[in-house]
Design a protein around this ligand. Structure first.
Ligand SMILES: [Fe+2]
Length: 188
């Protein structure tokens, strides 16, 4: 098998993501349900615990390329998120706007910020869906939604791909309040 490290061109190196305090194991459970493998980089930096590397390809665990890093949210960002949550609770118009955003993220996610994992086939996306349905979807309820678009669907964006959009707030590269879509993409 060709290793990603053998590729000599430029490519996407990694995505930096976060989990909440107390949700490290949950974050691992989520990415493992997606078919990824997690290794511990041992690097702690100024964080609360070590950085994890999520490998989309279990057979090529390169910590520098083709990886999503996960670490605990920094206290400074946590403070911002907690204050924003309070503001939303006290501002009905803002709460409705947030709900409008979440509804779009759940149902019409094209153009909502996300990153995407490439799968070999629609079957491998459906295997991930089955794993999520058996564990995390019942457990996390409204914190996790999966919508899969097939090329023949009337509201699909493109005819060449199967696109699963997982909207959740366990692993985010940005804001927990806004949540994060992880796309699962495979050739049609
Ligand atoms: Fe996408």
């Amino acid at each position: 098998m060709k290793r990603i490290a053998d590729y000599e061109g430029t490519l996407l190196s990694h995505v930096e993501s976060l989990y909440r305090p107390g949700e490290r194991e949950l974050a691992i459970e989520l990415v493992e349900a997606l078919g990824c493998v997690v290794t511990d980089t041992g690097f702690k930096g100024d964080g609360a615990d070590s950085f994890l590397a999520v490998h989309p390809n279990p057979e090529d665990q390169d910590v520098q390329n083709n990886a999503v890093y996960m670490s605990q949210i920094r206290p400074e960002q946590l403070l911002v998120e907690e204050r924003l949550k309070q503001v939303v609770l006290q501002d009905q118009a803002l709460a409705e706007a947030m709900e409008g955003y979440r509804e779009v993220a759940r149902t019409k996610p094209f153009g909502v910020p996300h990153f995407s994992l490439r799968y070999k086939s629609r079957k491998s996306i459906e295997a991930a869906e089955a794993r999520l349905k058996s564990s995390l979807i019942p457990k996390l309820k409204d914190r996790l939604h999966l919508r899969i678009f097939y090329p023949d669907d009337a509201d699909a964006a493109v005819g060449i791909s199967v696109q699963g959009f997982l909207y959740q707030d366990v692993v985010v590269s940005g804001s927990f309040m806004m949540g994060q879509i992880i796309e699962l993409q495979a050739p049609a």
